[in-house]
Design a protein around this ligand. Structure first.
Ligand code: HEC
Ligand code: HEC
Length: 296
């Protein structure tokens, strides 16, 4: 009898040892990915200064979700503060104390938003969806940055991001998704960026908007349904004509965009959009092949 217990002990001990080794290995991988230094010279983008451009930039900031994460006045929020996993501040972007706007050059803004890279440290930004924003045209990115630069200064120093050992192990194991360090997936050469499309109620412009707003993050690569990045959230439904969205009229979509509220779907992002932008998104989605629900 005693012998059996001894052997069970040896096997269990060996297993625990292996798991510890695996975790340590993953920790080093996660750590290396977070601290990788990118040396990228962003292409110059003209940042306009006129009122009209700043106003359009403000609408971009709303529809692209910047204000949703960085706060209505862009003074920053806390995404995450948990003793087991760490602390993720969403930085203050204004020119107030503790804000990025205090010392960011135009190239710094472009590096952070288009490339997902921290301009001071060269490391990849974590949880900042630059993968989507990297498709923005120079003109639209310029308007957005013009607005960021015009934000009234607010004092709010949220400090540095900190991830625990466990969080780095989880990061390396893919628990936060493959796009959490968006600098890793962006084509930094800009070759993937589409040529500018004339804004208007067209399928092509809808395609562009769906890409830069990041609808695929939740509705899946084919828009036929996808896993929501937030643990415990319902999946993003099929929004090709193959799902119930196929029966929606443009009016149904406009009404939903103006009135629906949900913890899991950023309906408020549509509030920053004009009528022709909403119509473009509708036309694009309805032009897709009617796919079966990707998530049953
Ligand atoms: C899902 C939440 C989220 C959204 C949406 C988001 N950000 Fe961020 N952003 C972050 C987080 C988190 C960081 C900090 C990451 C880090 O330090 O690794 C960040 C960092 C930044 C930085 C770098 C600031 C600094 O001090 O280094 C800039 C600039 C920025 N975001 C601009 C934007 C703009 C512009 C938009 C909209 C187009 C936007 N963000 C949308 C979460 C978000
Ligand atoms: C953060 C995740 C997330 C993002 C990003 C997102 N959605 Fe959703 N969406 C959801 C979820 C979850 C639902 C279902 C629950 C709800 O409506 O609250 C939903 C529902 C919808 C519906 C209703 C579908 C139906 O059949 O009832 C439409 C239409 C829709 N989304 C379109 C979009 C478009 C267009 C975008 C990009 C501009 C987008 N969503 C971005 C998560 C998301």
């Amino acid at each position: 009898m005693k012998k059996i217990f001894k052997w069970i002990g040896v096997v269990l001990g060996g297993l625990i040892g292996l798991i510890v080794l695996l975790a340590i290995g993953l920790y080093f991988v996660g750590n290396a990915r977070m601290n990788k230094t990118y040396n990228i010279q962003p292409e110059a983008v003209t940042i306009p200064t006129d009122e009209g451009s700043i106003e359009r930039g403000q609408r971009w900031a709303r529809s692209l979700g910047c204000t949703g994460c960085h706060g209505e006045d862009l003074s920053g929020t806390v995404m995450f503060d948990d003793p087991a996993l760490g602390y993720i501040p969403v930085p203050n972007l204004t020119a107030g104390e503790g804000g990025a706007g205090r010392d960011f050059t135009d190239a710094d803004w472009i590096l952070a938003v288009r490339h997902g890279i921290d301009p001071h440290e060269g490391r990849p930004l974590l949880g900042m969806p630059s993968g989507d924003y990297s498709y923005m045209t120079d003109e639209d990115l310029g308007e957005l940055i013009a607005f960021l630069k015009s934000a009234p200064p607010v004092e709010n120093d949220l400090g540095e991001i900190r991830l625990t050992f466990l969080a780095k192990v989880m990061l390396a194991a893919g628990a936060f998704g493959e796009e959490v360090l968006s600098a890793e997936i962006i084509d930094h050469s800009g070759a993937a960026r589409p040529s500018p499309v004339e804004p208007g109620a067209s399928v092509e412009y809808g395609d562009y908007l769906v890409r830069i707003v990041g609808c695929r993050t939740c509705h899946g690569a084919e828009l036929a349904g996808g896993k929501h990045p937030e643990p415990g959230a319902p999946p993003g439904p099929n929004i090709t004509p193959g799902g119930s969205f196929g029966e929606w009229s443009l009016e149904d979509f406009r009404t939903a965009a103006a009135t629906r509220q949900s913890k899991y779907m950023p309906w408020e992002a549509f509030a920053g959009m004009s009528n022709h932008e909403l119509e473009a998104i509708y036309l694009y989605l309805q032009s897709l092949p009617a796919l079966e629900n990707a998530i049953k």
